[in-house]
Design a protein around this ligand. Structure first.
Ligand code: G4P
Length: 286
């Protein structure tokens, strides 16, 4: 799936999501737990404004849990209600409802004080493509409700899905654009599969992944590919060693670098080598 984001699309998507937000009590901002900064829409604060917010760090199964805890603390400090989940395998779903209750407690207490009847909390999911919005909606609904069609903004005909005892969720998520300007963010989006047809070069993405693993998981990297390459060796030596070990050769025994690049990206993307969080909270200007 490729969405081409043009300024006109972006403005429309923002407008549509803002319009939908009026219908809900709380927003579920969905991000990828491996890149909790890089997978956020750059204008998200402007879009959500002061509406209560649950930040859902999805794909927890592929993230570094220690870093994830730091990100949860980071979002809590901002006054949001973070939860880390694994939507694909249905883990942590209850946390979402609990966080929604906490996030809207004040609002509902006020309504009660005014004598308004108790009602379900209304929520919607917002996020960039591929962070798992459809997967989460389907899991929360406990059935296949939606294939979003990946239309930026929000798809038209919508319904409320009943979740647990206290929640109603819009069955179509708000789709907003990723960050484009920053090359490093682009590489992170690509290596996690948020942008598949990459606007960054795949060799650079593979090198980014390799360098990240050299720094954060040197032993795991060597073990996974069964290679013994020194930390000081350059990236070509790594590609050569991995390619040779995996038999990725062209005629004349040349290393098939394209195949090695694809392999590294695919295996990092699917957490085959290790579970990494590429955004380090202390290093980000957020
Ligand atoms: P979107 O609506 O935000 O665009 O994302 P979508 O639900 O389509 O999910 C994008 C990909 O992320 C899907 O993989 C989905 O299975 C995967 N995914 C979603 N949540 C999780 C999670 O918590 N953990 C893991 N490991 N993966 C998750 P896909 O390869 O595109 O499809 P499929 O092969 O899984 O069907």
């Amino acid at each position: 799936m490729v969405i081409q984001w043009y300024p006109g699309h972006m403005a429309k998507a923002k407008r549509e999501v803002s319009e939908q937000l009026k219908k809900v009590d709380v927003v579920f901002e969905l991000v990828d737990a491996r890149i909790p900064y890089s997978s956020r829409n750059p204008m998200i604060d402007e879009v959500i404004q002061r509406k209560p917010r649950v930040v859902i760090l999805n794909k927890k199964d592929m993230a570094n849990l220690k870093e994830l805890e730091k990100w949860e603390a980071f979002f809590k400090d901002k006054g949001y209600f973070p939860v880390a989940i694994d939507a694909k395998h249905g883990k942590g779903l209850k946390l979402v409802e609990q966080a929604a209750i906490k996030a809207t407690k004040e609002k509902f207490e006020k309504e009660k004080a005014k004598g308004l009847k108790p009602r379900a909390i209304r929520a919607m999911i917002v996020g960039i493509p591929n962070v798992g919005k459809s997967t989460l909606i389907n899991k929360l609904a406990n059935k296949a409700v939606t294939k979003t069609g990946n239309t930026p903004g929000v798809t038209k005909q919508q319904q409320w899905i009943k979740v647990g005892t206290s929640l109603q969720l819009l069955d179509t998520p708000g789709i907003l654009w990723p960050k484009f300007e920053d090359q490093l963010v682009g590489k992170k989006l690509s290596i996690t599969g948020a942008i598949k047809d990459s606007i960054v070069h795949l060799d650079e993405v593979a090198i980014y992944g390799l360098e990240f693993m050299k720094v954060h998981d040197y032993e795991g990297l060597k073990k996974h590919y069964d290679v013994d390459v020194s930390l000081e060796a350059d990236n070509i030596e790594w590609f050569d060693a991995i390619g040779r070990r995996r038999g990725m050769l062209r005629r004349g025994n040349e290393i098939d670098y394209e195949a090695v690049i694809d392999l590294i990206i695919h295996e990092v993307r699917n957490a085959k080598i290790g579970t990494y969080t590429f955004d380090i909270v202390n290093e980000m200007e957020v």
